[in-house]
Structure formats: structure tokens, C-alpha cells
Write a protein that binds this ligand. Structure first.
Ligand code: BGC
Length: 373
């Protein structure tokens, strides 16, 4: 950073500190101050659903960080409904939110509401999921979504030593919700590792649910990331294609909510942890899935420490408030059809049974008692 830029950055940080200080005193006063409670620091957070543990943690954590900095925060959950999310965002803008943090239910449909928000000078941060088809997304903060899938594919590859295997090893691939921009990145990361083994016959897909290329990923997508839909899809595959003692060896599940459904299906089809139990991947380190990992019902999860995502978005908001350059580390990957959105990508990591204590519990991400330890 040049000296001038440093001074500007410091001055801007000072302004931010002052504006936060004024928020603090205003929020305690009964009126008269020039700024409303929260002053300029007024943030609307729009999360997709409370039905998944991660979004509850994401929302609460970011809200707490912002409120500690005396920002006014409106945190809403959209119950996985697009219309609900749109009206919640409209209300936030009408209520004075100048920064919107949005984890989209459907990444394709928010352009009009974001255009309205832009007219009110809002800055828009896409949280975890990209929002497509709009020039109005200013920044994107997420984990490296391609890498999430790659870690799942590489896990399967190394567990089965695919490079030296002859097969045939049976695999059932699943993909995430077709309306979630992340889902294609997860699938592509995994399929780039696994498809060559499908093509060479080392891996076989008895159900035929095997996308010929990454572009076909949505054909095996599970709408809304719903556990019950994953479960019934797995029930169908098992009852139609695994008859006469055939066993499935691997299930590529893009996340933990699908894995939970798939595991329930396996259980009701008589699979039990042990030699014949398939490898199953996941993502998120949800408590139920960590428990499943400890119990041998799930092989791994890709852990995204969502606390670091919240902190990164908090940093972005501070930088925006300060009029400073916003820190990003990727300006190439996330083209939303209108622009390449400047992004900050965080690193996901694999968690297996032996890592639960050291990575998840020791870091405070989950409590030992949450997973029966
Ligand atoms: C998130 C995942 C999550 C999934 C379902 C994705 O956009 O990146 O962490 O498992 O949505 O909520």
C-alpha cells in the first residue's frame, strides 16, 4: 500500500470508527441525533432457511459481529421461498438498510429487487451463493466451491485407490439444488476427478444417473437440497438397480443434508456400518452428520468454517463503510452473466472421523456433547 493510500485508509477507518461511535451514542439516546439508531451502518441480512443448521449459525454470527460494532441489523430467513426472500429484501431496503448481505434461495431471480435496492444506494454482497443475471451485486464472499467438490472426488479416488483399481466399482452420484449456483461448482469439482474413471469403466453407475459432462449436472440435482427428496431418490435407485445382492460401493453426496437422506435410505435397505457399507461424502459438518461420521455411517464431510466467512463479510462491510478498497482474492471465477463479481474465496477442508476432535471440537465449531462425546 502506498503511503498516501495508507493515510487515506487510516482516515477512512477513523471515519468508520467515528460513525460507529455515533451509532453507539445515537442508539442509546431518545432522539435528536442526526443519524437514526445504527447511523450509516444499517445492514440487512437475508438467509435462505432455518431448516439447515449452517444458515442459522451464519446469520446469528454475522449479526452478532455487526451488533458488537453498533450496527443496526435486520436478519431474515426466507423459508427457502423466493417470494418471501424478495419481500424481505424490499422491506430491508424500505427500512433503511444500506448494505445487503444475501444468501439467495434462487440465484436467478433477484435482479429486479437488487435493482430497486441500488436505486437506494445499497451495496450488495452475495453471501456464499452467487446471484446471477444482475450488474448490481458488488461483492461475493464464499468458500472455494469447486474445491469443495474436488475434495470429495479426491477423497473417493484415494480411499479406493482408483488410479490402480480395475473395478467395476459402483457409484451413485447426486448433485445439489438446480437453482443454487454453487451446486454446479460442487459437482464439477468432483466430476472432473471421477468422470475419467467412469469413462474407463473403473467406476460404474448402475442407475444410469451419470451426467455425461459437468453441464448436465442439474439432471441429477435435488431441488431445495431436501433430505427427504434425496432419500426417496436413493430408495428408487436401490430398489430398481441393486437387486439380487448387488451393493452400492460409493455415493457422491454434495452436502450433508443430502447425505442424511441417503444414509436413511441405505439403513432401510439393510446397509449397516462395516465392510459392505459404501463410502459417502458430505459438506458442512452439520452435527447430525458429524455424529454419523463417528458412527461409521458417513465417510467424510467438507468442513467450511462458516465463522471465517462471517468474519470476512464483516471485514468487507467495515471496508465499505470506510470507503476503503474491499479486499478480494478472486476476480476471474464468478461470472454472473452480467459481470465477473469480485470475490473472496475461503478454503474448505476435509474432516474424517479422526479429525472430529482436533478440527471441529477443539476449535469450538461444535461441542463434544452435540455429537455424543
Ligand atoms: C451451501 C452449502 C449448503 C447448501 C444447502 C449451498 O449453497 O454452500 O454449504 O449445504 O447450500 O443449504
Amino acid at each position: 500500500m502506498s503511503k498516501t493510500k495508507k493515510i487515506l485508509a487510516l482516515a477512512a477507518t477513523g471515519i468508520f470508527a467515528l460513525s460507529l461511535a455515533s451509532c453507539a451514542s445515537d442508539s442509546g439516546s431518545t432522539g435528536g441525533g442526526e443519524a437514526a439508531a445504527g447511523g450509516d451502518c444499517n445492514v440487512g441480512i437475508s438467509m435462505p432457511t432455518r431448516s439447515l443448521e449452517r444458515w442459522i449459525n451464519d446469520g446469528e454470527q454475522l449479526k452478532a459481529l455487526l451488533e458488537d460494532a453498533d450496527c443496526t441489523v435486520d436478519l431474515q430467513y426466507a423459508d427457502n421461498k423466493t417470494d418471501q426472500q424478495i419481500s424481505q429484501i424490499q422491506n430491508q431496503v424500505a427500512g433503511g438498510s444500506k448494505i445487503l448481505v444475501v444468501a439467495a434461495v434462487d440465484g436467478q431471480v433477484l435482479a429486479p429487487v437488487l435493482a430497486e435496492a441500488k436505486k437506494q444506494d445499497a451495496t450488495i454482497i452475495a453471501y456464499d451463493r452467487l446471484i446471477n443475471g444482475t450488474p448490481d451485486v458488488d461483492y461475493y464472499a464464499t468458500f472455494d466451491n469447486y474445491k469443495v467438490g474436488q475434495l470429495q472426488g479426491q477423497f473417493i479416488e484415494s480411499e479406493l485407490d482408483l488410479a490402480n483399481a480395475t473395478g467395476p466399482i459402483s457409484i451413485e452420484p447426486f448433485a445439489g439444488s438446480p437453482d443454487d449456483n454453487n451446486a454446479k461448482f460442487f459437482f464439477s469439482g468432483a466430476w472432473d476427478v471421477l468422470l475419467p474413471y467412469v469413462e474407463s469403466g473403473v467406476l460404474v453407475v448402475p442407475s444410469g444417473q451419470s451426467p455425461a459432462s459437468n453441464d448436465d449436472w442439474a439432471s441429477i440435482g435435488i431441488q431445495g437440497w431436501a433430505s427427504d427428496k434425496a432419500q426417496s431418490e436413493m430408495d428408487n435407485r436401490l430398489s430398481s438397480f441393486y437387486t439380487g445382492g448387488d451393493k452400492v460401493d460409493v455415493v457422491l453426496s454434495p452436502n450433508d443434508s443430502l447425505a442424511i437422506g441417503i444414509e436413511a435410505s441405505l439403513k432401510s435397505a439393510g446397509y449397516a456400518p462395516g465392510a459392505d457399507y459404501p463410502i459417502i461424502t458430505g459438506q458442512d459438518a452439520d452435527k447430525a452428520n458429524v455424529k454419523a461420521i463417528l458412527d461409521g455411517e458417513q465417510s467424510m464431510t467438507v468442513w467450511k468454517d462458516t465463522r471465517t466467512l462471517g468474519e470476512q463479510v464483516f471485514t468487507m462491510i467495515q471496508e465499505i463503510q470506510a470507503g476503503d478498497d474491499v479486499t478480494v482474492n478472486d476476480t476471474e471465477t464468478y461470472d454472473n452473466g452480467e459481470k465477473v463479481v469480485p470475490s473472496f474465496l475461503l478454503d474448505p477442508e476435509v474432516v474424517v472421523k479422526d479429525d472430529v476432535q482436533s478440527k471441529l471440537i477443539d476449535s469450538g465449531f461444535i461441542k463434544a456433547s452435540d455429537v455424543g462425546l
